[in-house]
Design a protein around this ligand. Structure first.
Ligand code: UT7
Length: 333
């Protein structure tokens, strides 16, 4: 029997209107536009304002737009996966809430938590379902309201993160495009360097945890930086090698957007010219599970059917990996 391959057949993204600029951050903590641009490459990030506005608000907007754009009736969707580290609540899954908000009723849905690698881990999960032949329309949304777990009194983390969602439709293909190969990794011993200390079952929320500001991202920046630079590049280069791809064969690298210096180092190790790399960190910061689909959406009309695309990510866990896609369609937005 012919192997069923899965392909991304549409992309959409959504982000809130409010722009938190470096200049505004400099009124909150001891920082500057110059430091943030030089060390990280972020100029502004979008923030979802308002009471009781969770990640599902971002995710539902991205998914609604995806269904509209593709003329997909919500009843046709078989599965919805939401990659996030900032669920609306501990349970039920934010995927369930998004499905409800957009009218998806004939599907099952669940969340997947792999931090900044969430989108690529969930992509490979979605692909596995499609490759069984049983699931024809799978929606994957990477969504994070990082402002809900960012400590705006901590200058070492508050400049890094933003809020956004990106969604893709994944369907079976009949041609030789689609998601071709992947390499995914986890090393749980890295958890000590990047995590949120409280709010889980090990340290439930209490007055003490709130007073100790333990419901925010804790990151040992330099250690994470070193791992990110080596692991993201190693895995992308290994994926290139095992698929006999030279740097000139690659149309686009789509890297997780955590730090412009990490992106640059990864591209260099892969032998790429900067013009082959999708970059939008300056405008959105690190939106965790949303960075990669947000890039795909922004660059959608520059990709062509048959383009070799490499996704690469590194994040909390530690988690990291890379995915090789032969792009499946031409677009004019
Ligand atoms: O997406 C998930 C994975 N996460 C990542 O990949 C992030 C990886 N890490 C990084 O991107 C970088 O380590 C950071 C951007 C977080 C920090 O940059 P760095 O070049 O590693 O700076 P550093 O932590 O070594 O700090 C250097 C100095 C320190 O001051 P002292 O101790 O030398 O006086 C920091 O306090 O820079 C200071 N600093 C700041 N200064 C102005 C840290 N944050 C700021 C800031 N503004 N926002």
């Amino acid at each position: 029997m012919e192997k069923i391959r899965a392909a991304i057949t549409a992309v959409n993204a959504w982000f809130p209107e409010y722009r938190l600029t470096n200049d505004e951050l400099a009124t909150m903590v001891d920082t500057s536009d110059e430091w943030i641009m030089q060390r990280v490459g972020i100029r502004e990030r979008r923030i979802l304002k308002g009471e009781r506005q969770g990640t599902s608000v971002l995710g539902a907007e991205a998914v609604k737009g995806l269904l509209d754009k593709t003329g997909t009736d919500p009843s046709e969707v078989d599965l919805l996966i939401c990659a996030t580290v900032t669920p609306d609540m501990m349970f039920p899954a934010t995927a369930n809430i998004i499905s409800d908000k957009v009218g998806i009723k004939n599907a099952f849905s669940f969340d997947l938590n792999a931090a900044c690698s969430g989108f690529i881990f969930a992509l490979q999960t979605a692909v596995s379902y499609v490759e069984t032949g049983r699931y024809k329309k799978v929606v994957l949304v990477g969504a994070d309201k990082m402002s809900s777990i960012t400590d705006y009194t901590d200058r070492t983390t508050c400049a890094l993160f933003g809020d956004a969602a990106g969604a893709v439709l994944i369907e079976p293909t009949t041609d030789d495009t689609g998601i071709i190969d992947h390499l995914l990794h986890t090393d749980g011993s890295g958890r000590h360097h990047l995590h949120m200390k409280a709010g889980g079952s090990e340290r439930p929320a209490s007055h003490e945890t709130v007073d100790a500001r333990q419901h925010y991202v804790y990151q040992e920046g330099q250690t994470v930086f070193k791992f990110a630079v080596s692991k993201m590049a190693d895995v992308a280069v290994e994926l290139m090698k095992r698929n006999n791809l030279e740097s000139e064969d690659i149309a686009w690298l789509v890297p997780h957007q955590a730090n412009l210096r990490i992106i640059g180092a990864t591209g260099k190790r892969m032998g790429l010219d900067p013009s082959q790399i999708m970059i939008n960190i300056e405008n959105y910061g690190n939106t965790t599970a949303a960075t990669i689909p947000l890039c795909l959406w922004e660059y959608e009309n520059r990709m062509k059917k048959g383009d070799n695309i490499i996704l690469a990510a590194f994040g909390g866990g530690f988690t990291w990996g890379s995915v090789y896609i032969k792009w499946s369609y031409d677009t004019k937005k």
